[in-house]
Design a protein around this ligand. Sequence first.
Ligand SMILES: *Cc1c(COP(=O)(O)O)cnc(C)c1O
Length: 458
Amino acid sequence: MADGATLNNPHPQSEATRGRGTARSGVEGATPDTVLASAPSTTSWSPSPAKGGGGFDVHAARAQFPILSRTVNGKPLVYLDSAASAQKPRAVIDALTAAMEGSYSNVHRGLHTLANETTEAFEQARETVARFLNAESPDQIVWTKGGTEAFNLVAAGLAQSLKPGDEIVTTQMEHHANIVPWSMLRDRLGIVLKWAPVLDDGSLDMAGLAALIGPRTKLVAVTHMSNVLGTVNDVRAVADLAHAAGALVLVDGCQGAVHCSPDVQALDCDFYVFTGHKLYGPTGIGGMYGKRAALEALPPYQGGGEMIATVTEDAVTYAGIPHRFEAGTPPILEAIGLGAALEWFMAFDRQAVAAHERALYDHVVARLSGLNWLRIIGEAPGKGAILTFTVEGAHAHDVAQILDRYGVAVRAGLHCAEPLSKRFGITSSARASFALYNTVEDADAFVDALIKAREFFV
Ligand SMILES: *Cc1c(COP(=O)(O)O)cnc(C)c1O
């Protein structure tokens, strides 16, 4: 462990667990009780319940993220912007370096040793994603450069069979990545885009959604977990509604994959989209799971190498799934890095991690309760650890910039979900999002900085 990590260590009581290297879990040292004993303002803090027998040691996990020991504006970094992009553990950094130093080549088209080794590592990462999502088979995992490209891949495929008057149903809580590709189809093809309402507490109006699904519905596109509200939707129930009408269901799992331990077979979705950089992996990689029938019915996306079976001057035949959706040299290193991230992540008890994140959220909300200048957007039962809020008399951008002076990183603006802001009658909001590595000290530093920030606006 670099000296800097010790010098900048914002959490002295976690010193014991820092520098213990890369043990994945179960490292002795700081326990929730020792945190409780030494942290300030812990009135409502309760340790995460350990479900599944694994438990979760946040300090051991946090110590694996080199960036988290740096400072920002002279203060220890408090990173609460993981819903925009998560930081990377040593296991991912090492996997990328090891690939570049030890075995790297293009994939699928060489007969030499490095090509074979790299192809194996690349396809192994696909197998890891399949295990992570509980897909039936690795060939039902399609690589893309991120979540956004996967929505566009499905939209481009569906465009070839949609007719004017066909309907796509989505919701008011979607990310622009799960809106704009469908809006583009509407404008191009004359299909109808319908919007399921969001209730005042941030829940999806399931009755309202059901009422929109009918015989002309071809696709229901819904998020597993909102990146703004934190709402976790019952996507299995949505899938049942869609399938009863003969429609496909696409689930935006860009947040859900991180926080909801998805099992795509249990969810019965036709497509499940994920993005690597929010899963503690690199940027430039993401993809989707598809049911075999749904993928086989989808025409190819881009044309080029890798996605073909044969090419003559007069005709082209395509490769089978998943390769026919993966034209050109794929993001090889990024896929290998994501595979390493998911192997690392799966070594934790993911339900205990989610419970830890939610306990941090509850702690913050308890400390903020009763502040009449703060409005929280999204309080659906069972929601994930995303706190979106407005501060009376302050633009969210200013709030975020003042928090940054205290080393606290939050997102501010429309969060790529403009219809949702409109639904709640706001033009911007700030968002603190919690991840596996956040501690109760982070949560307290955020609340303390927010209360100080408020003084700038009164
Ligand atoms: C981040 C995000 C996306 C888009 O993912 P990219 O990695 O930016 O392509 C889509 N939906 C949700 C809910 C997200 O949080």
